[in-house]
Design a protein around this ligand. Structure first.
Ligand SMILES: *Cc1c(COP(=O)(O)O)cnc(C)c1O
Length: 414
């Protein structure tokens, strides 16, 4: 099981399943659809329930096909354990359900995926106080900490404006204060960046995006990197303290979030995601190359007002992104000059598809303020740096020249 250190990223993903016994020599982990798991001896069933023996109990809390995917994600993140969920939001929601309590305080980046922003508002209604800060500046994070701060939450590259959090310094701050540091790695993916390296205790991945990569299955994951010392975390139920403290977080997440709330990843979805993950490195490399070509072309065109992509030297966090990430990702956003309507522009594109989702093989475009960030209103959009004309682009694996020509020709107003 140490091949993650010996072999490269893709070799490890492709051959990971064979580290465990393989059923009938099957090269793909089979899709196990059984909800129940039977035992010859009833004592064994009891031992599994009591955690004295490994095994499956009931499909809501675990399934062999899902476990195989969890092992792959753990290897990708070089972590110690992973719990998968039905969606990325179910994974982030699990943090609220399993790890936070009324009266707790969270410091979150204000540059966030819209639904995570909404989730923190929901948490506010449950008595969990959330402070939003500019996480590109560690001083703002530090200033927001209170004695009740349990979690600091950031995204690597924020969707859609691509701000890069001050990941390393926030990690040092959390380590010094003993605070759980949670990093949503969806926009970089474990191929470009492993948050463990900057001291994250938990890593979020929306498997729906780059890891599955084909827009055909929803899924999410939380990975324990092994960095955080759970023995000092005040919200662990006594029940889970019978395990070594390194396992407390995952044990409580699996029971309190997965079992009690039931946001379980389906085995069929786990299979789609695992197959998608096999080509993840190849896809992401092409996506990064395409994104750089498109962002460069648009940034040089006088009809474009702004391009937000960490790969451009003009990006405010280009330096941090270059230092921490293997490349700059497949997502960028841009604003057209006044006088060019963003809807007209999108309708002139012939290859890119107006659609929500990202990390797909196909290039997808969306007018952010009118769709995914519509509900929050103009004021909050402005505070997050979201211009009304902002277009988000999730770059696919199409041939580079075709994409560049598509985005260029759409600028030509008749
Ligand atoms: C899409 C996304 C999520 C949520 O994932 P779903 O599978 O759609 O629930 C969370 N964080 C980020 C950064 C995302 O892009």
């Amino acid at each position: 099981m140490t091949d993650a250190n010996k072999h490269g990223f893709t070799t490890t993903i492709l051959h990971g399943d064979r580290q465990k016994p393989i059923e009938h020599g099957s090269l793909h982990k089979p899709i196990h659809t059984s909800v129940a798991f039977g035992y010859k001896d009833a004592h064994e069933l009891a031992a599994v329930f009591q955690g004295r023996q490994p095994g499956y109990r009931y499909g809501r809390q675990g399934n062999p096909t899902v476990s195989a995917l969890e092992d792959k994600i753990t290897k990708m993140e070089q972590g110690v354990a992973t719990v998968c969920f039905s969606t990325g939001m179910a994974a982030i929601g699990a943090v609220v359900q399993a790890l936070l309590r009324k009266g707790d305080h969270v410091v979150s980046s204000s540059f966030l995926f819209g639904n995570t922003n909404s989730l923190w508002q929901t948490a506010g209604g449950l008595g969990i106080d959330v402070s939003f800060v500019d996480a590109t500046d560690v001083c703002q994070v530090e200033a927001a900490l209170t004695p009740s701060t349990r979690v600091v939450f950031v995204e690597t590259i924020a969707n859609p404006r691509t701000q890069v959090a001050d990941l390393k310094r926030i990690g040092e701050l959390c380590r010094d204060r003993g605070i759980l540091y949670i990093v949503d790695n969806t926009m970089t993916s474990p191929y470009l960046f492993q948050p463990k390296k900057v001291g994250a205790g938990l890593v979020v991945n929306a498997l729906t995006k780059s890891i599955g990569g084909h827009g055909n299955a929803l899924g999410g994951a939380l990975t324990d990197t092994g960095v955080f010392d759970w023995s000092g975390f005040p919200n662990i139920f006594d029940n889970y303290k019978r395990y070594p403290s390194a396992q407390w977080g995952m044990a409580q997440l699996r029971a309190k979030a997965l079992r009690d709330f039931g946001g379980t990843l389906a085995p069929e979805a786990a299979h789609h995601i695992a197959v998608g993950a096999e080509t993840m490195a190849l896809r992401i490399e092409r996506e990064c190359q395409n994104a750089m070509a498109l962002a460069t072309m648009l940034s040089q065109d006088p009809r474009v007002a702004a391009v937000h992509y960490p790969g451009l030297p003009s990006h405010p966090q280009h330096g941090i992104a270059s230092e921490l990430f293997a490349s700059y990702g497949g997502l960028f956003s841009f604003e057209l000059k006044d006088g060019i309507d963003c809807f007209d522009y999108l309708n002139r594109l012939k290859i890119a598809i107006p659609a929500s989702n990202l990390g797909d093989t196909r290039t997808l475009v969306i007018p952010v303020a009118h769709t995914i960030f519509y509900e929050m209103g103009a004021q909050r959009r402005a505070s997050m740096g979201i211009a009304e004309s902002l277009i988000r682009v999730s770059v696919g694996i199409e041939d580079t020249a075709d994409l560049v020509e598509d985005f260029r020709q759409a600028l030509d107003v008749a």
